[in-house]
Write a protein that binds this ligand. Structure first.
Ligand code: 13P
Length: 236
């Protein structure tokens, strides 16, 4: 399974390096064979020599150039980063990234062979509008994306569940994941208020191939427990 931490705008470079060292020591002491990914803040990317794979939370679809406030391929290459998160709801809804921009970014990093964690998920009003409208909305977020890309991972993150402590029911997660699996056979992660208290139940669900964790991943011990749950569920 894939256990991913989105550190968002948290942890300095020093804190991130300490975090990665702690994770590595846990992963090696427990012989963890699950895929662990960590997405640090931009300025916390570094040459860390841990075995934990780090990815970028965002980068512009460019090698370099005049794009104030953005980073490009050269900045990722400096740290041998080959993994990127694209389409997170905070980028879609707070930073205003459009589907067209996300598709451009997706294609750029796909052509470079990056592992892409592509996020989809509905805001509350779409969920409340009923199942059909909600699924149509989520489908529109797949538009233009090569759903058969070999290095693709999809993360389903309902916007209303992110950072709120609210989650869909386990049955809802399983149902939506089963429908989304028809659109793409890529590994499908669930994200949105995954905590140490619900991670095991979520990971145990059919068609859940892992989790993308925000706030709870900031507690090393909690994130390590989630990694261990995934290990226990190996071959579920
Ligand atoms: P929370 O786990 O804080 O709800 O955030 C989820 C998320 O956005 C991961 O990308």
């Amino acid at each position: 399974m894939i256990i991913a931490a989105n550190l968002k705008t948290n942890f300095t470079r020093k804190e991130t390096n300490k975090y990665l060292e702690e994770l590595e020591s846990f992963v090696s002491s427990k012989n963890i064979t699950q895929e662990v990914l960590v997405f640090p803040a931009m300025s916390s990317l570094d040459d860390n020599d841990t075995s934990i794979v780090t990815g970028a939370q965002n980068a512009y679809a460019t090698k370099e150039g005049a794009f104030t406030g953005e980073i490009g391929l050269v900045h990722l290459e400096e740290f041998c980063i080959k993994t990127i998160l694209i389409g997170h709801s905070e980028r879609r809804h707070i930073l205003g990234e459009t589907q067209a921009e996300l598709v451009t970014k997706f294609n750029y990093y796909k052509d470079l062979g990056f592992k892409i964690v592509f996020c989809v998920g509905e805001p509350l009003e779409k969920r409340e509008a009923g199942k059909n409208e909600m699924m149509e909305y989520i489908s529109s977020q797949y538009k233009g994306i090569d759903t058969e890309y070999e290095n693709l991972i999809i993360a389903y993150e309902p916007v209303w569940a992110i950072g709120t402590g609210l989650t869909p029911t386990l049955q809802d997660i399983e149902e939506i994941h089963t429908e989304l699996k028809v659109k793409s056979s890529a590994p499908l992660l669930y994200g949105g208020s995954v905590k140490v208290t619900n991670a095991k139940e979520v990971l145990a669900l059919k068609n859940v191939d892992g989790i993308l964790v925000g706030s709870a991943a900031l507690y090393t011990e909690h994130f390590c427990s989630m990694i261990e749950y995934a290990q226990e569920l190996e071959g579920k």
